[in-house]
Design a protein around this ligand. Structure first.
Ligand code: GDP
Ligand code: MN
Length: 381
């Protein structure tokens, strides 16, 4: 789950990371009331899950009630890169001497947590990485060791932050690491992390992605749910209890078992296509589950063909085939479907499919053959 900035700041504050005092509002009147209460100047910030709000006019400084009313009115309802603003965050404005960047994510190939710190903050880190990669100091933290203040200090020195910021930055980075690990986050990013003219270090923005698999450890997070912006396909898949990951190719993939689903994506790539998704329907392949899977894939306009790859184990081939046929009766599918059915009682299963075959329902005995056919029907990449 991606958090909105104001939720990310609540999350940071619960780990002792300094953030500005503020409150969220859904109406202009509420925003003005919060601003009056906090005291001017305040910053009014669009709560949308997309970067570059500042440049898009979604972050404005207000010096008095009239300005607060004007900015809140302009920001609420604003469309930022396709995200309409329904909520603003109003916080005490900070004086900024310098803007830095700090983040933790997981580096899967290194099997370590990756920390990135830069004296060039406030701008998108991708552009710093492109134009001036040396300006990003990286550390890889072994999860067993954790991040000690000593290591954090050396890291801050390597990033060449202003000396005045060293102690504050070390304190925040150790807390940010704790928030990232104990808070079960996949990403914790502060951009900008600021140094104020009077020498305080402070998080001015918050970008946090939480690991949904750890939700059971954090019942308090239920309040953050329901507001998150999800891809409609992801939302539908979640409602249907399917293991679905949207990708950007043109071949819809359905397989039983995560391993087979991954191999199917690999094979689609290997024969020159690209998968539109990963979808594991689990061990069985009942009509209901198959219909749900097809329904989710059907909502993706990029899908030009569908590759159903089923290896029957405990589930028998004829049950799978009957499930597929029944599912096709329930859902009106736009794209042609290629089915590869193998494993237990595959022959019986294929015999059932035979009478339903057409230009838009093709059975292929092998995985590679089926992948090639699906990619061909999708028109290549
Ligand atoms: P983003 O553009 O979506 O990343 O939104 P940010 O929260 O990072 O804000 C964008 C920029 O607005 C920051 O880099 C700051 O330069 C500026 N800004 C945000 N809050 C304040 C504030 O309290 N005081 C001042 N002076 N500038 C601010
Ligand atoms: Mn930012």
């Amino acid at each position: 789950m991606d958090l909105f900035e104001y939720q990310g700041k609540q999350f940071f504050a619960s780990f002792g990371i300094p953030v500005s005092a503020g409150d969220a509002a859904d109406t202009v009147d509420d925003a003005v009331a919060i601003a009056d209460r906090i005291g001017y100047p305040v910053v009014i910030k669009a709560q949308v899950q997309v970067g570059g709000r500042g440049k898009a006019g979604g972050v404005k400084l207000a010096n008095d009630t009239a300005e607060a009313r004007e900015h809140a009115g302009n920001i609420l309802g604003l469309d930022i890169k396709g995200h309409v603003v329904h909520r603003v965050w109003v916080e005490k404005a900070s004086d900024i001497a310098e803007e830095y960047y700090a983040s933790f994510t997981l580096d899967r190939s290194a099997k370590k947590h990756l920390g990135m710190l830069s004296a060039e903050g406030g701008v998108e880190i991708e552009s710093v990485a492109e134009t001036n990669p040396d300006a990003i100091a990286k550390i890889w933290v072994d999860p067993v060791d954790g991040l000690t203040p000593e290591v954090a200090r050396a890291w801050v020195e390597a990033a060449k932050l202003n000396r005045k910021a060293t102690d504050g930055a070390v304190d925040i980075l150790v807390k940010l690491y704790t928030a990232y690990v104990e808070g079960d986050a996949d990403l914790c990013e502060i951009n900008p992390l600021i140094l104020t003219p009077d020498g305080r270090v402070h998080a001015l923005d918050a970008k946090v992605t939480l690991d949904d698999n750890a939700d059971f450890r954090h019942p308090e997070r239920a309040a953050w749910r329901g507001l998150e912006v999800m891809d409609p396909r992801d939302r539908l898949a979640k409602e249907k209890g399917l293991q679905y990951v949207g990708l950007d190719g043109s071949v819809g993939v359905i397989a039983n078992g995560a391993g087979l689903a991954m191999s199917t994506c690999d094979v689609v790539n290997q024969v020159g296509g690209s998968p539109a998704n990963f979808l594991d329907i689990g061990g069985g392949a009942s009509a209901a589950v198959m219909a749900n899977a097809l329904e989710v894939i059907n909502t993706d306009p990029n899908v030009k063909s569908i590759f159903i790859n089923i290896f029957g184990g405990i589930t028998k081939g004829e049950d799978v085939a009957n499930g597929i046929v029944e599912a096709l009766g329930r859902v009106d599918i736009a794209a042609p479907i290629v089915i590869r059915l193998d494993g237990t009682n595959a022959e019986q299963g294929r015999a059932i499919l035979k009478s339903h075959e057409s230009d838009s329902l093709i059975s292929q005995p092998t995985m590679v053959g089926a992948a090639k056919k699906a990619v061909e029907l999708a028109g290549g990449k």
